[in-house]
Write a protein of this length. Structure first.
Length: 382
């Protein structure tokens, strides 16, 4: 008898099958009855989709390639001009390239399958690497760049001349073109990954800070190039290194803001951030609309990875939904006819447990069909 077959009667069947303890047919879910929790150790591979199908992987690869080229060009221009803003931009691009490599490592690491050691998979690994990336941006991008800008500002003398060759403007134009293209790719990737969420809502509360990290890095990279254009231009116009040094400080400060923002976003998910309130309300309303559920007494969610959420809920069933009065009357007749009451009552109780097990399995399938991002489900009867 298939426990998931809806053709079975709603209350235990008296078909003569041996009573079985209710079980969860899906290795990702669990259910508890009267204090007994089922074994939920994964027995199948529930690895996330291939990283090459990940919306953010394309943006990361394009950013690594583009920023690598820009980094080489900027350092070459700095060696010629010794401009603080150009050095700041060089360090900025080097930090972006290094940190996007870390993002790629995180995406690759997060695709590990669920095991006994990691029963919910390794999806949060990407958030750890994203956090390391944010720390790197803060200390290398923000710390070094601002320090060098302040040092250049202090060391500037009124008699210092400014040398700005054609190569400086060519490098900045090349950087603006490449950074602009990588920004476009990152924007398109985030727009694809956000689904039905609003754009800014996804940036602030989405479950994929990797794509958002690339978008922020590329956005600030474009702002940094524009800042360098303005500050180097002002230095050339006024024949003073002060605007150039100030530009380096501005660029470094932008990196610091981005690093703190990314650290907060990834830290919240690592601490077990829930889905949005609206989404949780939607899940609760859906569950309470099902005929077998009277109410949901507790509902909790936790983001495990992009598109991978764990749901834990305590529910109260409608008792009448599991009672077949004909079977109950039949059992009562057996007792009235002189049959020992204890075995009859035992069979009745076991049928009820089997019925609840089938209903739990049905609920899990319905939840996954309605909310595909929910991969792990813990349902408990209150």
């Amino acid at each position: 008898m298939d426990p998931d077959d809806d053709s079975n009667p709603p209350v235990g069947d008296n078909s003569g099958d041996k009573p079985n303890r209710p079980s969860s047919r899906t290795p990702q879910s669990s259910a508890s009855f009267r204090g007994r929790r089922l074994d939920t150790t994964p027995t199948e591979d529930y690895s996330p989709q291939s990283i090459w199908e990940d919306a953010s992987i394309r943006a990361v690869l394009v950013a690594i390639f583009g920023n690598g080229l820009v980094t080489i060009a900027k350092f070459a221009a700095w060696l010629v001009t010794r401009s603080p803003s150009m050095l700041a931009e060089s360090v900025h691009s080097l930090a972006d390239t290094s940190n996007q490599i870390l993002l790629l490592v995180g995406i690759r690491h997060s695709t590990g399958r669920a095991t006994k050691e990691f029963p919910f998979g390794k999806g949060r690994a990407r958030y750890i690497w994203n956090l390391i990336s944010a720390v790197g941006i803060f200390f290398v991008g923000f710390g070094f760049t601002v320090w060098h800008g302040i040092e250049a500002l202090i060391a500037t003398q009124p008699t210092d001349s400014v040398s700005t060759g054609l190569e400086t403007w060519l490098v900045l134009l090349l950087a603006l073109a490449i950074e602009g293209y990588t920004l476009f790719v990152a924007f398109r990737s985030v727009n694809e990954a956000r689904g039905d969420m609003g754009f800014w809502e996804f940036v602030r509360h989405g479950d994929d800070p990797t794509g958002v990290a690339v978008l922020l890095e590329d956005s600030i990279a474009v702002l940094g190039v524009l800042t360098a254009f303005v500050c180097i231009g002002l230095s050339h116009y006024f024949d003073s290194r002060v605007p150039d040094a100030i530009g380096a400080i501005i660029i470094g400060s932008l990196l610091g803001v981005m690093a703190v923002s990314l650290a907060i976003a990834n830290g919240r998910i690592l601490m077990g951030r829930a889905m949005s309130v609206d989404r949780e309300v939607e899940i609760r309303e859906y569950l309470e609309s099902l005929p077998s559920i009277e109410r949901v007494t507790s509902l909790k969610t936790a983001v495990l990875a992009p598109g991978n959420v764990r749901l834990a809920a305590e529910i109260e069933f409608h008792g009448s939904a599991f009672i077949d009065r004909d079977l109950i009357e039949r059992d009562a007749d057996r007792i009235r006819e002189g049959e020992d009451a204890a075995p009859v009552l035992y069979e009745t109780a076991e049928r009820m447990v089997r019925v609840m097990g089938r209903e739990m399995n049905r609920l899990e399938m319905q939840i996954r069909a309605q909310f595909p991002e929910i991969s792990y489900i813990d349902l408990e009867v209150n």
